[in-house]
Design a binder for this molecule. Structure first.
Ligand code: XMP
Ligand code: MG
Length: 185
């Protein structure tokens, strides 16, 4: 039997963050962001594709005026190891000079993707750029950077679910977990 018959959960070795745990933490992040950005009308920028569940849950918890935009970058191809090669597949729809930008990421791993994005956005003269990431794999970091808002510290393992994929799959899992090793073979 496979995922199609037994459900996606049959490929998960271990659940790291349950649906409820994620919902509670995302609510806390949203409250902190609403407090910090009061009267600044931030531009909340989701980094596609992994950000989509977090963006949807997060912005609905931020009870102040804000705008939303998206960027898409490719950093991995089909691999599970960061290549450091970042390409912008979809850019912002608007200029950000003078804006308070909040970048929303699913996960910061080596930090190479974020480093590239931050450097790129800084050239456009925003008033500020901060980062909100659901997961922070600090052990894997090669770049010196910190996200202002972090959901959870993540062990240095490849994780899937809640937007995070393996080869395009598992983004629709409502929780975050580690795949069974046989899934990769
Ligand atoms: P870097 O290393 O540039 O990586 O900080 C950031 C991007 O890599 C992806 N990534 C993952 N995707 N499970 C995933 O599904 C993981 O454990 C993982 N680690 C990194 C992700 O797209 C992120 O934006
Ligand atoms: Mg990915």
């Amino acid at each position: 039997m496979n995922d199609a018959e037994r459900g996606l959960g049959s490929s998960i070795r271990e659940v790291l963050f349950t649906q409820q745990t994620i919902a509670t933490r995302v609510g806390e992040l949203a409250s902190a962001i609403a407090h910090d950005y009061k009267r600044r009308k931030p531009l909340v920028v989701g980094v596609l594709s992994g950000c989509f569940p977090l963006m949807a849950d997060l912005v609905r918890g931020i009870d102040i005026p804000l705008e939303v935009d998206f960027m898409a970058v490719s950093s991995y191809g089909g691999n599970t190891v960061s290549s450091g090669v970042v390409r912008i597949l979809k850019d912002l729809n608007q200029a950000i000079d003078g804006r308070d930008v909040l970048l929303v990421e699913d996960i910061v791993d080596t930090g190479l993707t974020l480093r590239y994005l931050l450097d790129n956005l800084q050239t456009r003269r925003p008033a500020s750029v901060e980062v909100c990431t659901l997961l922070d794999k600090q052990e894997a970091r090669t770049e010196r950077l910190d996200a202002r808002y972090v959901g959870f510290r993540c062990p240095n393992e490849f994780v899937v679910g809640y937007g995070l994929d393996y080869a395009g799959l598992y983004r629709n899992l409502p929780y975050i977990g580690v795949l069974k090793p046989e899934v990769y073979s």
